[in-house]
Design a protein around this ligand. Sequence first.
Ligand code: ATP
Length: 237
Amino acid sequence: MPAPLLDVDHIDTFYGPSQALSGMSFSVMPGQFVTLLGRNGMGKTTSVKSVMGLMSPARGTIRFDGKNIAGLPAYQVARAGIGLVPEGRQVFPNLTVHENLVATAHNRQGQASPWTQEKIYALFPRLDERSGNLGANLSGGEQQMLAIGRALMTNPRLLILDEATEGLAPLIRNDIWHCLTELKASGLAIICIDKNLNSLLPLADHHYIVEKGRVVWSGSSTELRNQREQLQGYMGV
Ligand code: ATP
């Protein structure tokens, strides 16, 4: 068995006195596509924030490539090779598409064929057409493509997407799913939080259902399909 790329082990994370994660544990193997599922407010985004160094767990370990990254500042986590497509996109509104892409670009891992603007534009031709437009003047779908492109320009080994298709028109959603299919085929490890279970099932290797700050079920897409009715209450979709 190869070692996990990311191993989150029994983390507890608090907002002030309020505990959002209680013994949250999950892992991602190299090249694996993993989902975090569960109803609103169960701790998926808090798990992502804890991994990314945006929140510091009070207990537990988070190992990325064998090193404990729990509590490291976000910029160090990003440098270690984790890219985030955050909930709500958060593209730089006053920078152009081109500037958004180059603002975060680096290849600290020394990847053999790093992401370039040209590759991002080949993945999302709409962004090429809009390369001189400000982030604020893009449609929601274009902003989402830009958020993904910006994360890829950091040449991550693990990409985390938090509600990447939320609020998008069906055709644009399909573009995003198509992109994730290509990224998975390229060998990138991916964590995806999304409510579109039907789109996730063919793509994902492993699922974790989160309830009240911990994982209550995990399994493959086949297992999830077989138990979908019994698990419906946990997913609320
Ligand atoms: P959603 O899909 O709604 O984002 P989620 O599963 O990602 O749901 P989290 O956002 O991680 O859930 O929230 C986990 C718990 O932490 C919830 O009880 C929520 O109310 C609480 N929480 C989230 N953000 C804050 C905050 N800024 N301050 C206090 N409590 C928070």
